[in-house]
Design a protein around this ligand. Structure first.
Ligand code: NDP
Length: 478
């Protein structure tokens, strides 16, 4: 059968204007660091250096927290909710107006396909600001008491997998509730946060309400441990989450932690298999599998396992890996050399432990960080690839015979962030949703996000909820 190739359809990068170097966004201005150094941020698809950013030092963090405190005391906490709402609507609209620029910038700095940054990340960023803008003058009706108060200054540390979306998840509810923020983006993906600083200026947001300090882990630590901070919100690895929980124990700081996951995507024998295949692909290969709630463990009922796997492999041969800016690309670059090493290491462990490894034929570009979509079959529950978060395009397949066995295997993990169920029976969906120890359970779909819906985990996946009415509770003293 002849196969047809797609002609290249690259999105133009001329819409973005990346400066050779950036300062820190503190008190409404871009400022030079006091004690910070500098580091380079690269395009993971090409290893090209994009810009130089500041690794903020303790004095820089101190200055940012002081700016946030001043803005909180003098302006933001005194502003009526309806006025805070107006600023949030303005931010949302500017994000929409600059959507194409933000999507291209995100794909360049992160490596994710433009199709995802354009159709998922950036629209959800705007949706989060719109949603929380609506809450700003209705906090008394959120079920948190008649007059809930903001906490003060929020320290927010976010990862590299959804840089701008995680910024929106953190900043929108914090501001709606009357808090001011100091946010640290991840070391490898600072550029869209710096573009957001520009958006704050464009929106005339009062100086100091949002402050952005770039840097690595040390900057994050200095920020969350700063005594002037009232609230810590972190998304990232369980290991760093644990360190943060220890460092704030015994202080007055309120904490939310959104950590890792090892979600089960459970397919029953009565599921519509082609739809399930799409859901499995979306569950683990969306965003190169760099998703905390990724469906990284496929649990499939034994009687349909061969059929499902055959269809899945056929589908995977049609995925296109390559230039993140090409509108036809399904799988982009791995975000960093470090993350690529981790994915390679755990995949080798999977083979050594006896699981069978398969990838579709797939040419990897010579430069940049790349990993082909990979499926492991014959995985048992004790394998490391069934227990540890790989955070890459790697699926571990296990089988089960009865619904009770599916529940037991799905819950056999230290994590509890998300899960998926594929079945024709509504009653089975409800039964599974009750039994699965996961913060989010998707039914006949996967990786769907909506600002109105709370998101968060059990056990080692962290605590607290982001999104929806529940997300307000994390930023209010009620
Ligand atoms: P980290 O948890 O180290 O990074 C998350 C954020 O925390 C980054 O901004 C990071 O800065 C910052 N940070 C690092 N150390 C500290 C500290 N001691 N105190 C405060 N902030 C800190 O994740 P990694 O990027 O190192 O990824 C490691 C693994 O974590 C991945 O392989 C993946 O398995 C998992 N992960 C899970 C995520 C999730 O959403 N569940 C998201 C990201 C990673 P910097 O970027 O400079 O390191």
């Amino acid at each position: 059968m002849p196969t047809f190739d797609y002609a290249p359809a690259p999105e133009s990068r001329s819409i973005v204007d990346i400066q050779p170097s950036y300062g820190l966004y503190i008190g409404g201005e871009m400022v030079e660091p006091i004690d910070g150094g500098r580091f380079k941020t690269v395009n993971p698809a090409t290893e090209e250096v994009l810009s130089e950013v500041v690794a903020a030092g303790p004095a820089d963090v101190d200055r940012a927290v002081a700016a946030a405190r001043r803005a909180y005391d003098d302006v933001w906490s005194r502003l009526p909710g309806r006025d805070r709402g107006k600023y949030l609507y303005r931010l949302a609209r500017i994000v929409q107006e600059r959507a194409r620029e933000l999507a291209v910038l995100e794909s360049i700095d992160n490596g994710k396909p433009i199709r995802e940054s354009r159709d998922v990340d950036v629209p959800l960023v705007a949706a989060h600001f719109f949603y929380y803008a609506g809450w700003a003058d209705k906090l008394g009706y959120a079920g948190l008491g008649p007059d809930p108060r903001p906490l003060g200054v929020a320290a927010q540390v976010i990862p590299w997998n959804f840089p701008l979306l995680m910024l929106a998840w953190k900043i929108a509810p914090a501001l709606a509730c009357g808090n001011t923020v100091v946010l640290k983006p991840a070391e490898t993906t600072p550029l869209t946060a710096l573009a957001f600083a520009d958006i704050c200026q464009q929106a005339d947001l009062p100086p100091g309400v949002v402050n952005i300090v770039t840097g690595a882990g040390d900057t994050g630590r200095a920020l969350v441990e700063h005594p002037g901070v009232d609230k810590v919100a972190f998304t990232g690895s369980t290991e760093v989450g644990r360190q943060i929980a220890r460092s704030v124990a015994g202080t007055r700081k309120k904490v939310t932690l959104e950590l890792g996951g090892k979600a089960a995507n459970v397919v029953f024998d009565d599921a519509p298999l082609d739809q399930a295949v799409e859901g499995i692909v979306n569950g683990i290969f969306f965003n190169q599998g760099h998703v905390c709630c990724a469906g990284s463990r496929l649990l499939v009922q034994e009687s349909v396992a061969d059929e499902l796997l055959a269809r899945l492999k056929r589908r995977l041969t049609t995925l296109r890996l390559g230039d993140p800016l090409d509108k036809n690309t399904d799988i982009g670059a791995i975000n960093s050399a470090e993350q690529l090493d981790k994915i390679r290491m755990l995949s080798e462990v999977g083979e050594t432990e006896g699981a069978e490894r398969w990838s579709p034929p797939c040419d990897l570009p010579e430069r940049g960080f790349w990993f082909p979509p990979t499926v492991f079959t014959g995985v048992s529950q004790s394998h490391r690839i069934a227990r540890e978060e790989i955070f890459g395009p790697v699926l571990s397949v296990l089988t089960f015979r009865t619904p009770a066995e599916a529940v037991e295997k799905a819950n056999n993990t230290p994590y509890g962030l998300s899960a998926g169920v594929w079945t024709d029976k509504g009653s089975r969906i409800l039964w599974m949703a009750q039994k699965l120890r996961a913060g989010v359970v998707w039914a006949n779909t996967f990786n769907r996000f909506d600002p109105t819906s709370p998101f968060g985990g059990y056990k080692e996946s962290g605590y607290g909820r982001e999104g929806g009415r529940h997300g307000l509770g994390a930023y209010l003293d009620a």
